[in-house]
Design a protein around this ligand. Structure first.
Ligand code: NAD
Length: 462
């Protein structure tokens, strides 16, 4: 079999891999991307960020029609849920976007191989699947993402006991859904089914929800989600689950067995390095199964790079995208950089939750002195008009220099509002820079300005 040669080969067509491929093509490289799934876009587009956001949007409309419209003077008669149409909207959103990536590959002359890739030697790969081919390249990027973490004592049956992918396509609203893990996935997908009428119980090992987030957000979010109807059992370590008479029985330390209709296991994700043949090039993974890289995303093997969920750090699509671009820019030009202090993280619940930069606990642990500015959505005209007033914006700035070090938002459109602060951090702005920038009235963004003014103790409307 003749070996096909490329300048750069990328394994995996998720947000990290496909964005790296496009950027490399723009920079003049002959690029190939290997993906085993027929659809491009990876977990994010196929079974992650995009389908979950489609369901979150749809279920929010359903819930708002039932619960929020009255106050706006909109009376709706008997409300009906058309779940098949809701699921179809989700599927067509995914299909349009994955086809869009295929179109971008064509436009940028990126060669796509469909199959599983494994290393056969330095700079050499074989592809097995729909395409069966041997490839070589000077540069190879591993962008194989992550897979769902399993839990000892629990076997997925892909129906009643399942992961986030299963929870995107339940054929009916479960009467009682139990979610293991109060992380991002558990709360986003739990929100979808709660809004559609399920009783949702979340079992969480820790004494708080949303680990890693600003502690104040975690506390306030818990109160808000409880009010919405979520049932939480914290400090609860799940030890097993079994199907009995078409019901799922969940067991946990210190808790009576809990019976439910469906179980969603959302206890994290693991780097995906299975079957890559890393031994063939002498590349080892760390204790967590991740691939370690230097600041240019190069592994211990020259010419082999890794980006996204497969390397240590946050598992976020936009982080993977930025790493992909920086990695190929460095290969092509010798310069490429990701500013990890300015990567926002968002939880798409309602209210949304967003953060960027340092949390208060991180600043305290590092001994950094800081000032806090905070502003409540309750005191914002636009939020009042929307009838969506829960939450606040908090900005943390260095005590001496006033430089913005972090921001944390819980409230309406938090995910959009955080972008301004990510840019501010990237530009090394001070809180005063944000405070003196004119923000249109009446907008939710005024809460960001007010919080920035709050850093100097001069909020106007609170
Ligand atoms: P997570 O790590 O965010 O949360 C998992 C939770 O499960 C933790 O709180 C953990 O304490 C708990 N847990 C673990 N074992 C348990 C046990 N035996 N019993 C009870 N609780 C247990 O993981 P996730 O929510 O599955 O998300 C996986 C990854 O995907 C994360 O890195 C996340 O950032 C990413 N993701 C991001 C988004 C987003 O950006 N909006 C959306 C989905 C997923």
């Amino acid at each position: 079999m003749a070996t096909k040669q490329h300048d750069l080969i990328i394994i995996g067509a998720g947000p990290g891999g496909y964005v790296a491929a496009i950027r490399a093509a723009q920079l003049g490289m002959n690029v190939a991307c290997i993906e085993r799934e027929p659809a491009l876009g990876g977990t994010c587009l196929r079974v992650g960020c995009i389908p979950s956001k489609a369901l979150l949007e749809s279920s929010h409309h359903f819930h708002a029609a039932e619960a929020d419209m009255k106050r706006h003077g909109v009376k709706i008669g008997k409300l009906n849920l058309d779940l098949p149409t809701m699921l179809k909207h989700k599927d067509s959103t995914v299909s349009a976007l994955t086809k869009g990536v295929a179109g971008l590959f064509k436009k940028n002359n990126i060669t796509r191989y469909e199959g599983s890739a494994s290393f056969t030697g330095k700079g050499k790969l074989k592809v097995e699947g729909k395409d069966n081919v041997e490839l070589s390249a000077e540069h190879i990027i591993i962008a194989t993402g992550s897979k769902v973490a399993s839990l000892k004592g629990i076997e997925f049956d892909g129906d009643l006991i399942g992961d986030s992918t299963t929870a995107l396509s339940y054929p009916e609203v479960p009467k009682h859904l139990v979610v293991i893990g109060a992380g991002v996935i558990g709360l986003e997908l739990g929100s979808v089914w709660l809004r559609l009428g399920a009783k949702v119980t979340v079992l969480e090992y820790l004494d708080h929800i949303l680990p890693g987030l600003d502690e104040e957000i975690s506390k306030d979010a818990l109160k808000i989600f409880k009010k919405q109807g979520f049932e939480f059992r914290l400090n609860t370590k799940v030890t097993g689950a079994a199907i009995k008479k078409k019901k799922v029985v969940v067991s946990a330390d210190g808790m009576d067995d809990l019976e439910c209709d469906r179980l969603l296991v959302a206890v994290g994700r693991w780097a995906n390095t299975d079957g890559l043949g890393l031994d063939a090039i002498g590349l080892e993974t760390n204790k967590r199964g991740q691939i370690e890289v230097n600041e240019n995303f190069e592994t211990s093997v020259k010419g082999v790079y890794a980006i996204g969920d497969v390397i240590p750090g946050l598992m976020l699509a936009h982080k993977a995208e930025d790493e992909g671009m920086a990695c190929v820019e460095h290969i092509a030009t010798g310069v490429g950089h990701v500013n990890y202090d300015a990567i926002p993280g968002i939880v798409y619940t309602h209210p949304e939750i967003a953060g960027v930069g340092r949390t208060e606990q991180e600043l305290k642990a590092a001994g950094v002195e800081y000032n806090v500015g905070k502003f409540n959505f309750m005191a914002n005209g636009r939020a009042r008009a929307m009838g969506d007033t829960a939450g606040w914006v908090k900005i943390l700035a260095d005590k001496k220099t006033d430089r913005v070090l972090g921001a944390h938002i819980i409230g309406p459109r938090a995910g959009e509002l955080i972008a301004e602060i990510a840019v501010a951090i990237e530009f090394k702005a001070s809180a005063e820079d944000i405070a003196r920038s004119c923000h249109a009235h009446p907008t939710l963004a005024e809460c960001v300005k007010e919080a920035a003014m709050g850093v100097a103790g001069r909020t106007i409307h609170m």
